[in-house]
Design a protein around this ligand. Structure first.
Ligand code: ZN
Length: 353
């Protein structure tokens, strides 16, 4: 299974963009995919679609779909994370008797499955990350979420989550009576080395819980801990008043902590890849260094950051990040915007716009 490298480089155009700057990013999208963006916006005036996002944990599913939504119209699209729904419903049940009753009521009218409504509530309260909730129950929760929003294009993240759920996803739009919307699989390929570094260098603000990355996505201010002899990120949120961001317990182990989940995600991607009769968009996060010149612009490459002490100031060093992909090719990682450009262009294509 090979994801093609998508060419975002336009020959003869030398203009550079700072892709972390929102207004430059808009300009960038117009240059690279302006025509397709217009076609998709026109399409969304009277139509919608359903997307199933499939990628390994920490592969950027949320980032890509939210950025896509912002470009083509965030009032026309919705990102539905099954993990978030389950957490929210859990909180609802615990928060008040009325909310719990409202949920139970809804389930009595809409849920069909092998265990009772009361048992589904128990399963939800007792769930761990290792055990999956019954598929019929998950489908009901997604349906309930969708019923709350007016007609929108949907990006569903976290379903299918298991191999036997792939078949359900083929009939899902019929199950939820979601018109004759085109349904599309978006498959995301991210090398494990990238996921590993995203976890290992992740830093969280203890106050506002913002997540950044010491190596890949630093804050604007960096501190130095004299005792531990290490650099740390300082939260940018003014309300946090210079709080030191910290590593979550277990993150230092990187990818090994979620090995089982990653293998399952890979099986899911393989299975979806082999499906017939449903369009697939293939998003690829990495480009071999030797092919980069031909396919991408330099400013589309993810940088890595390192730090040095200069007197009592911290010097920030930025350079293109290189690593070995799953096939052993020395590679670059793409910043989210070029990946979203490939998503926009492939989407316009499968919608026949
Ligand atoms: Zn903070």
């Amino acid at each position: 299974m090979e994801f093609p490298i998508f060419k975002t480089k336009i020959e003869g155009v030398g203009k550079k963009f700072d892709l972390t700057n929102p207004s430059q990013r808009q300009e960038y999208f117009q240059l690279k995919a302006g025509e397709e963006i217009k076609k998709i916006k026109d399409y969304l005036e009277n139509n919608s679609f359903i997307v199933y996002l499939l990628g390994k944990k920490n592969s950027g599913k949320g980032t890509y779909s939210k950025m896509f939504g912002e470009i083509v119209g965030s009032e026309k699209t919705a990102h539905i994370s099954v993990g978030d729904i389950v957490r929210r419903v859990h909180e609802e049940i615990l928060s008040s008797k009325e909310k719990k009753e409202e949920l139970v009521d809804w389930l009595r009218k809409n849920y069909r499955g092998y265990i009772s409504v009361d048992e589904t509530i128990q399963a939800l309260l007792n769930r761990s990350t290792k055990t999956l909730l019954p598929t019929e129950f998950i489908l009901s929760l997604i349906e309930r979420e969708i019923s709350k929003m007016p007609k929108k294009s949907l990006f569903i993240d976290g379903f299918p989550r298991d191999l036997d759920q792939v078949s359900y996803s083929l009939f899902f739009r019929n199950l939820i009576d979601y018109r004759q919307d085109p349904d599309i699989f978006v498959l995301i390929s991210v090398p494990e080395a990238v996921i590993n570094e995203r976890i290992k260098w992740r830093r969280i603000c203890p106050l506002c819980h913002t997540s950044r990355n010491l190596k890949l996505l630093p804050t604007s201010k960096i501190g130095y801990d004299e005792q531990k002899k290490e650099f740390y990120l300082i939260c940018d949120n003014p309300e946090c008043k210079g709080e030191k961001m910290i590593q979550k317990e277990g993150d230092e182990a990187g990818i090994e902590l979620i090995r089982e989940r990653l293998n399952k995600d890979q099986d899911l991607i393989n299975k979806a890849f082999s499906l017939h009769g449903i369009p697939k968009l293939l998003l690829r996060n990495s480009v071999p260094v030797e092919k980069a010149k031909e396919f991408i612009d330099d400013y589309e490459i993810s940088p890595e950051y390192s730090y040095e002490l200069e007197g009592d100031k911290v010097k920030i060093i930025e350079k293109p990040w290189q690593f070995y992909d799953d096939q052993g090719n020395l590679s670059y990682s793409l910043m989210p915007p070029p990946v979203v450009v490939s998503m926009i262009k492939q989407m316009a294509d499968v919608l026949n716009l």
